[in-house]
Write a protein that binds this ligand. Structure first.
Ligand SMILES: *[C@@H]1O[C@H](CO)[C@@H](O)[C@H](O)[C@H]1NC(C)=O
Ligand SMILES: *[C@@H]1O[C@H](CO)[C@@H](O)[C@H](O)[C@H]1NC(C)=O
Ligand SMILES: *[C@@H]1O[C@H](CO)[C@@H](O)[C@H](O)[C@H]1NC(C)=O
Ligand SMILES: *[C@@H]1O[C@H](CO)[C@@H](O)[C@H](O)[C@H]1NC(C)=O
Ligand SMILES: *[C@@H]1O[C@H](CO)[C@@H](O)[C@H](O)[C@H]1NC(C)=O
Ligand SMILES: *[C@@H]1O[C@H](CO)[C@@H](O)[C@H](O)[C@H]1NC(C)=O
Ligand SMILES: *[C@@H]1O[C@H](CO)[C@@H](O)[C@H](O)[C@H]1NC(C)=O
Ligand SMILES: *[C@@H]1O[C@H](CO)[C@@H](O)[C@H](O)[C@H]1NC(C)=O
Length: 724
């Protein structure tokens, strides 16, 4: 039972999807080809025919035939097919072929949140955006539990006339004005059998549902971040995982159908942009104004553990909220520790002291050691076995790596999940006391008391980025720990808690953080229809919070101030994101010059861009020169200078003064020090020079600071990271 958490965090990690054939070894490949218009191919009649022209000419209809899986037109230029390595080699000699690789396997990365994010119905961004009305959110995920009240269309307007999509759902729970489209690429309908897609989709754009709770906990009104947005789901994952050909097909249709923002709570680790259909589709969608919001990954707290690193993607890390499901451990000597538990049965006596036992091994339990006792184990303990052996309750302690991040999961016994430091103290008490005892007392759902929030979750993937070393990633953090949202089935058969079709679950992951940002993007698209995806990202990043709710720097799971490789720009602040004052905008051509600057070949850039590109013609820029809302520089030389350009999206007449928090060991100079604007849309450039402080102690390989443009009303903050 305890392994549920880990499963959710590793989230349905997919197996390699190779089709085994006794005669030849087929694999599914993504094949990139030149756009047919670039080849002036006289035989071109349809994408399928063009793609089939790359296949071996002598195809027989035996089981060893190559097979076209999908022809793509929007996400990438090319197709996916079941092929042998020899057939790929043969294809590579044909004119128009650009590249092929086995399809990547993506893995899924897993409420009170609107209030925690300070979204209120009659003020701020919810007011400015009318709660995202008319915007269409597309989620590429495990499908949807249609019929769930989070997807009710009460109070919703009709889908925009431009919208065209199919609805591949059972007739018993079809599409409606909230859930306006549902396509599947696995199985025959888009019903969610895993919960993940229902959870993410309802977090981004779910309707209001009163009395939403899990086992009576976290009770309240659940809603998506953009409750009046429409949602469309693209089911690309099944119980075996998310195959790259299906993910690409989902993206292809989402773009054709006309979604306004794409939400991807899945990833494949660090990859070349030219071998990652998500990065490529995101690049192609940029000129169409469709932001891609993607999970940063659950491979933290290790450095350089990111997925979805391309600078045109919005890469989202995960943090905690100010809501805990409090379960206090009280030891015989009076020490108390505030842990958490999802299952807090009313019939468990909080007064009762039980003998406390800390078994040597937490795999097997005999009634002799655990019956009638509270059992102290680490997180991976088999709690079902403790229950079977007659244990009364469990205390599950985090390992060092999980630190202070408590990830709730359903335990079959009364329990308390405690932090690493609390676990160490309880362990020491159990080891030194002759007759150790403990009681567990449930306090239910507690909001806004210590511990302070947000904190970066241990599992949230960290920078620096590998595939985009000169860009700071992740971009932003958002709530991703113990998030309540829609679920496809009851999480328990206990009739005390279950008896209606309104199923919710509390789960964790950067998968859960991602749709929070997707929802904010939907609100911003409604409030500012003309902003580019880069401007929207800039607004979200430069207004992010770097202090927690007690006014201290946001901490990580070790309770140390989190650096920008954990935080990105900081924790999303939607109210401020609606009114950022200045934005750092980027054009599609800038991204092209950036990719050329990273060193991709003309052929790879052509794969990404979908048209013939020669880097010598479009030019190159250094990574640090991309007009990104954060700044990362390599200070190998003694001095580095970067340029940035801001666009005024606040009042016409406004003046901003620079305020720099220099990274330790680095001197930062900005020119000019003041930016004055007299028009909306006006652009102003400035230069930032970084210089090593002479004689400064060597402070490690990265040092962090910030640059802010400050007006009477606003602070436009960019994180700075200097690699030395
Ligand atoms: C694109 O590049 C290919 C390969 O170099 C060439 O055959 C083709 O004519 C080019 N197309 C255009 C429109 O430039
Ligand atoms: C937004 O705020 C304005 C002014 O406070 C108010 O008149 C209007 O009703 C609000 N709109 C919504 C949708 O809450
Ligand atoms: C919908 O798809 C699921 C999974 O593929 C399947 O189990 C179920 O029977 C399907 N429902 C209908 C009505 O076809
Ligand atoms: C949830 O809250 C509502 C409104 O406050 C209340 O009526 C309902 O009984 C609560 N449900 C649970 C399970 O606590
Ligand atoms: C307490 O209630 C739960 C169901 O909520 C039940 O499974 C359990 O057996 C009960 N325990 C006791 C001691 O009555
Ligand atoms: C509920 O009961 C059904 C039927 O016995 C079983 O298949 C399912 O796994 C149970 N669900 C839970 C959450 O225990
Ligand atoms: C600076 O150092 C980094 C890491 O040590 C290296 O990757 C990069 O190529 C260097 N850049 C220059 C301009 O020397
Ligand atoms: C800093 O250097 C150490 C030792 O060389 C290395 O283990 C660590 O990953 C580096 N950190 C960063 C942020 O590059």
């Amino acid at each position: 039972m305890a392994s549920t958490t880990l499963l959710l965090l590793i989230l349905l990690s997919s197996s390699v999807h190779a089709i085994s054939d006794p005669l030849s070894s087929f694999q599914n490949y993504i094949v990139h080809v030149r756009h047919p218009y670039n080849l002036l191919n006289p035989n071109y009649t349809s994408p399928q025919n063009y793609h089939l022209s790359f296949f071996p000419t002598t195809t027989t209809t035996t089981s060893s035939s190559p097979r076209l899986l999908y022809s793509y037109s929007e996400a990438i230029t090319g197709f996916s097919a079941q092929l042998t390595a020899e057939q790929v080699t043969a294809m590579s000699t044909k004119p128009g072929f650009l590249g092929a690789y086995p399809t990547p396997n993506y893995k899924l990365m897993t409420t009170q949140t609107p209030t925690f994010l300070k979204l209120h119905s009659n003020s701020g961004l919810w007011n400015q955006s009318n709660q995202g009305e008319g915007i269409i959110i597309g989620t590429i995920d495990t499908g949807v539990a249609s019929g769930h009240p989070s997807f009710s269309d009460a109070g919703m307007p009709s889908a925009p006339p431009r919208w065209k999509s199919q609805c591949q759902l059972p007739l018993t729970a079809p599409c409606n004005k909230k859930l306006i489209g549902a396509r599947t690429f696995v199985g025959n309908n888009a019903s969610d059998l895993q919960g993940h897609g229902s959870h993410t989709t309802s977090t981004a754009g779910g309707n209001f549902v009163d009395n939403a709770n899990v086992l009576s906990q976290a009770n309240g009104t659940a809603s998506g971040i953009a409750p009046r947005a429409h949602v469309a789901v693209y089911k690309v994952c099944d119980l075996e995982g998310c195959r790259g050909e299906d993910v690409t097909a989902g993206l292809d249709f989402a773009i054709q159908d006309g979604v306004d923002v794409v939400s991807l709570s899945l990833g494949a680790g660090t990859t070349s942009f030219a071998m990652d259909p998500i990065a490529i589709a995101g690049f192609r969608s940029f000129p169409k104004g469709i932001p891609f919001v993607c999970a940063a990954g659950n491979d933290g707290p290790y450095l350089s553990s990111l997925s979805n690193e391309a600078p045109w993607l919005l890469t989202v890390g995960a943090s905690t909220m100010n809501r805990i499901l409090k379960s206090v451990v009280r030891l015989g000597d009076g020490q108390e520790f505030a842990g958490e538990a999802l299952f807090q049965p009313k019939n468990f006596s909080s007064q009762q002291k039980f003998p406390l036992v800390a078994p040597q091994s937490c795999d097997k339990f005999s009634p002799k050691t655990v019956k009638g006792k509270i059992v102290l184990c680490d997180l991976v303990a088999d709690v079902d076995a403790i229950k079977a052996a007659g244990g009364s309750a469990v205390i599950l302690k985090n390992n060092k790596i999980e630190g202070a991040t408590i990830v709730l999961n359903l335990q079959p016994l009364p329990s308390s999940l405690v932090t690493f430091t609390d676990g160490a103290k309880i362990t020491s008490y159990a080891a030194t006391e002759v007759n150790p005892t403990a009681a567990i007392e449930f306090y239910g759902t507690v909001i806004g008391s210590p511990p302070s929030a947000p904190k970066v979750a241990f599992f949230s993937s960290r920078g620096p980025s590998i595939s985009s070393a000169g860009i700071l990633k992740p971009d932003i953090i958002a709530p991703g720990v113990n998030v309540l949202a829609a679920w496809h089935e009851p999480i328990t058969n206990d009739t005390n808690y279950n008896g209606n079709r309104r199923h919710f679950n509390i789960i964790s992951g950067t998968s859960m953080a991602t749709p929070h940002i997707t929802g904010v993007v939907a609100l911003l698209k409604k409030a500012h229809p003309n902003w580019s995806p880069a401007a929207i990202k800039s607004a979200i990043m430069t207004t992010a919070d770097v202090a927690d709710d007690s006014g201290n720097p946001i901490m990580d799971e070790k309770l140390k101030p989190a650096d920008h490789f954990a935080l990105g720009a900081g924790h999303v602040n939607p109210a401020k994101a609606g009114d950022p004052g200045l934005v750092y905008d980027i054009s599609g051509d800038d991204y092209l010059r950036y990719i050329c600057g990273v060193g991709y070949s003309d052929s790879d850039v052509t794969i990404i861009a979908g048209r013939n590109v020669s880097c010598s013609e479009v030019g190159k820029i250094a990574e640090a020169e991309l007009n990104y809302p954060s700044i990362l520089v390599f200070l190998n030389l003694t001095k580095v200078r970067v340029k940035r350009t801001v666009t005024n999206v606040g009042e016409a007449e406004s003046t901003y003064r620079v305020k720099v928090q220099s990274p330790k060991g680095v001197r930062v100079k900005v020119k000019p020090l003041v930016l004055g604007f007299s028009e909306v849309g006006e652009k102003k450039s400035f230069y930032v020079t970084f210089e090593k402080v002479f004689g400064a102690m060597y402070l490690g390989n990265s040092t962090h600071g910030s640059l802010s443009w400050v007006s009477a009303k606003r602070v436009v903050r960019s994180p700075i990271v200097v690699m030395m």
